[in-house]
Write a protein that binds this ligand. Structure first.
Ligand SMILES: N=c1c2ncn([C@@H]3O[C@H](COP(=O)(O)OP(=O)(O)OP(=O)(O)O)[C@@H](O)[C@H]3O)c2ncn1[C@@H]1O[C@H](COP(=O)(O)O)[C@@H](O)[C@H]1O
Length: 87
């Protein structure tokens, strides 16, 4: 179990150290266009799960959307504070 902030710190570390086999390194290297498509794809899956699937499936889709949002933040060099200031 990890928090949003803990995941972001982990992904920042992946971006810095670029370990072999990291999904995050691959997603960052794929560029902003591919990262944006993943955000849309996961957002759609959240919507579908909310209408038609279980709470557990919905929670999993939301976790993937949060991950994809963090990837796009990292790709553009945004920090958590850059986003939190608008919450
Ligand atoms: N939370 C996630 C996470 N959520 C989703 N994903 C990626 O998203 C994929 C699932 O997305 P899709 O449903 O689009 O499946 P897919 O189309 O088959 O995936 P791809 O072929 O596009 O990779 C997974 O296979 C992962 O590649 C994630 N990848 C990593 N994390 C976490 O990020 C951290 C760093 O991971 P690494 O960078 O892999 O070390 C770890 O804590 C991981 O648990």
């Amino acid at each position: 179990m990890k928090t949003f902030d803990e995941l972001f710190a982990e992904l920042q570390d992946r971006a810095r150290t670029r370990p072999e086999g990291s999904a995050t390194v691959a997603a960052l290297d794929a560029g902003v266009h591919a990262q944006g498509k993943k955000v849309l794809e996961e957002a759609g899956e959240v919507w579908i799960a909310a209408e038609h699937e279980s709470d557990e499936q919905l929670a999993e889709e939301i976790s993937q959307l949060l991950y994809r949002l963090q990837v796009i933040m990292l790709g553009r060099g945004l920090s958590l504070e850059d986003v939190y200031r608008y919450l």
